[in-house]
Design a protein around this ligand. Structure first.
Ligand code: SF4
Ligand code: SF4
Length: 482
C-alpha cells in the first residue's frame, strides 16, 4: 500500500486551509488555552458584550423594553425613545455610521472587530469553548478524545457537552428573538402551548438549531468560508494598517537543531497551538487571521520564559516591520473619518429636530367632500383623519386645531382636546365645514396649526399644510355663459 507523506512534518506549507487535512476533510481545531494582557482585556470586553446581548432585552426601561426592534408594528425602542417607520432617514444614517466605522476601524486597526467584538468570536471563545474545556478537558485531552473509539465514557461526555450546548443555544436564540418580538410576548409564548403561536415557536427552534450548529460545530469555518467581511477586509487594509504580525527580522532564522546563530523564535509552535483558525502567523498576514491576539499572548509567555524581550508577535503594521515609520492613519483613513463626521452630524441634526408630536393628516376614504344646504346656504364638508403619535417619554395633551389663513371656518369634529400617553398613537376624525363661495375653484391649500402642551405645561405648536376640496363653481359659470 502506498504510504502517505505528511508534508507538514517536513516543514512544507500546504496550499490549503489549515482546517482541512491532506484528503480535504475537516480537521477539528482545538486551540490551547492562553493567558496574557490581551486575553485579560478581551475577557472583560466579552463579558460586557455578552451582558449587553443576553441581559438587555430582559431589562425594562421607563415601562418599555430597553431595546426592541418591533418589525411587525414598524417600531424601534431605544432606552425610552421610540422610533417609527417615518424615522427611516435616521436608520439610514445609523447603518451608514456603522458601515463607515467598520471601514475606518479596519483601515487603521485591521480586523479588530473580528477578534474583539464579533458575536462569532465572543460566544465561541467565552462560552462554548469554556463549556467544552470543563467537560472534555484541555486541548490535548480534547484532541485525544476525538481520535479515540466510541467508548461509553466518550459517548457520555459528548452527550453532556451537546446537551449544555443545546441549552445555551436555546438561551441565545430566545434572547435574540426577544429583541424582535418583545420579552413579555416571548415569555407568554414559551409558557403556552406551541400551537398557540406556531410561527414564533418554529422560528425560535430553527434559530436554536442554527446557533448550535454554528457555535458548537461550524465555528472557524464561518469566518473562513461564509463571512463577507473576512473576504473584503483585504480591500480595506493596506501595509500601514495595524495587524497581529510576527517580526521575522527578530525571529528568523528560527531555532532548529544544530543551528547556533538563530533568531528569537524558539520554534515552540505555541503560537500555532493557540490559534483558533489553526494558522501559523510566522508565514505572514493571512486571510484566516481574525486578529484574536492569542498568538501574541502565547509568544510573550514563551519570550518571558526564555528571557527574550516580549513582542515577537505584536500589533504592528507591515510598513513598520520594514522599518518605515508610517502612521496607520493614512489619507484613506482621513477620508473615512470625514465621511463619518458628516454622517454623525446629519444623524444628530435629524435626531435633535425630531418633533415630539408626529402628525399625519390624510383624507378619509369616502367621497372627498360632501355638500349640504342649510338656511339657504350651501355648505361643503371635508372629512380628514389625523394620526397623532407622541414620540416622547412624557404625556402630551393636544389643545386645539386652527386653520391660519381661512376665515369662516368651522371645525365640526368632536372635541380635539386629546391626551396622549408616552409613545401612544391615535387616529382621530376631523371635519371641516365652509361655505361654497370660499373655495370657488374647488381646491384650496390652507395652513393649519396644532397646539399642545407637555407634562411640564410648556405650550408648543406644530404647523403644516392641507388642501380643502369642493365643487368647482367657476367652471360651471363659464359653461353656462357659453
Ligand atoms: S510562540 Fe513565539 S517563539 Fe514559539 S514558535 Fe511562535 S513565534 Fe516562535
Ligand atoms: S494568527 Fe494569531 S491573531 Fe490571527 S487568528 Fe491566529 S491566534 Fe489569532
Amino acid at each position: 500500500m502506498k504510504k502517505e507523506i505528511n508534508l507538514e512534518h517536513l516543514g512544507i506549507i500546504p496550499e490549503r486551509p489549515p482546517s482541512l487535512d491532506q484528503k480535504g476533510n475537516r480537521k477539528k481545531i482545538h486551540p490551547a488555552k492562553v493567558r496574557g494582557k490581551f486575553k485579560q482585556a478581551r475577557t472583560l470586553m466579552q463579558a460586557f458584550l455578552i451582558f449587553i446581548f443576553l441581559i438587555l432585552p430582559w431589562i425594562p426601561y421607563k415601562g418599555e423594553q430597553s431595546i426592541l426592534f418591533d418589525i411587525a408594528n414598524r417600531k424601534f425602542v431605544f432606552f425610552g425613545h421610540t422610533f417609527y417607520s417615518h424615522d427611516s432617514p435616521l436608520l439610514f444614517f445609523l447603518i451608514s455610521i456603522g458601515v463607515f466605522s467598520i471601514f475606518l476601524m479596519t483601515a487603521v486597526w485591521g480586523r479588530v472587530w473580528c477578534g474583539w467584538a464579533c458575536p462569532q468570536t465572543v460566544f465561541i471563545d467565552s462560552i462554548f469553548r469554556r463549556i467544552e474545556e470543563w467537560i472534555e478537558g484541555t486541548y490535548i485531552y480534547r484532541r485525544k478524545l476525538d481520535q479515540e473509539p466510541w467508548t461509553s465514557k466518550k459517548i457520555l461526555k459528548k452527550i453532556i457537552k451537546w446537551t449544555v450546548f443545546f441549552l445555551m443555544s436555546s438561551h441565545i436564540a430566545h434572547s435574540f428573538t426577544a429583541y424582535f418580538v418583545g420579552a413579555k410576548e416571548l415569555v407568554w409564548v414559551t409558557t403556552h402551548s406551541p400551537f398557540e403561536n406556531l410561527d414564533l415557536f418554529v422560528f425560535v427552534q430553527f434559530f436554536t438549531a442554527i446557533t448550535l450548529f454554528n457555535f458548537g460545530w461550524f465555528r472557524e469555518q464561518f469566518c473562513l468560508i461564509v463571512c463577507p467581511y473576512g473576504r473584503f477586509q483585504s480591500v480595506l487594509m493596506d501595509e500601514n494598517s495595524k495587524a497581529i504580525l510576527y517580526d521575522p527580522n527578530r525571529g528568523e532564522p528560527r531555532k532548529t537543531r544544530g543551528l547556533k546563530d538563530h533568531g528569537d523564535c524558539v520554534n515552540c509552535f505555541r503560537c500555532v497551538n493557540v490559534c483558533p483558525t489553526g494558522i501559523d502567523i510566522r508565514n505572514g498576514l493571512q486571510l484566516e487571521c481574525i486578529a484574536c491576539t492569542a498568538c501574541a499572548d502565547a509568544c510573550d509567555e514563551i519570550m518571558d520564559k526564555v528571557g527574550y524581550p516580549k513582542g515577537l508577535i505584536k500589533y504592528t503594521s507591515e510598513s513598520e516591520l520594514k522599518g518605515e515609520k508610517k502612521s496607520s492613519f493614512t489619507t484613506r483613513s482621513w477620508i473615512y473619518l470625514c465621511i463619518l463626521i458628516v454622517l454623525i452630524l446629519s444623524f444628530s441634526t435629524i435626531l435633535l429636530n425630531r418633533k415630539p408630536l408626529e402628525i399625519k393628516i390624510v383624507r378619509a376614504i369616502e367621497s372627498p367632500y360632501s355638500v349640504v344646504t342649510s338656511n339657504d346656504k350651501t355648505i361643503v364638508i371635508n372629512h380628514f383623519r389625523l394620526h397623532l403619535t407622541n414620540q416622547t417619554a412624557h404625556d402630551i395633551q393636544l389643545d386645539k386645531f386652527e386653520l391660519k389663513d381661512f376665515e369662516e371656518l368651522e371645525n365640526i369634529s368632536p372635541e380635539l382636546s386629546i391626551p396622549l400617553k408616552p409613545n401612544e398613537s391615535k387616529w382621530v376624525h376631523l371635519f371641516i365645514k365652509f361655505s361654497l363661495e370660499k373655495v370657488p375653484t374647488g381646491k384650496k391649500g390652507v395652513h393649519w396649526e396644532i397646539s399642545y402642551h407637555n407634562s411640564q405645561s410648556t405650550m408648543e405648536n406644530i404647523t403644516g399644510e392641507m388642501t380643502l376640496l369642493g365643487p368647482n363653481t367657476q367652471k360651471k359659470k363659464t359653461h353656462s355663459k357659453d
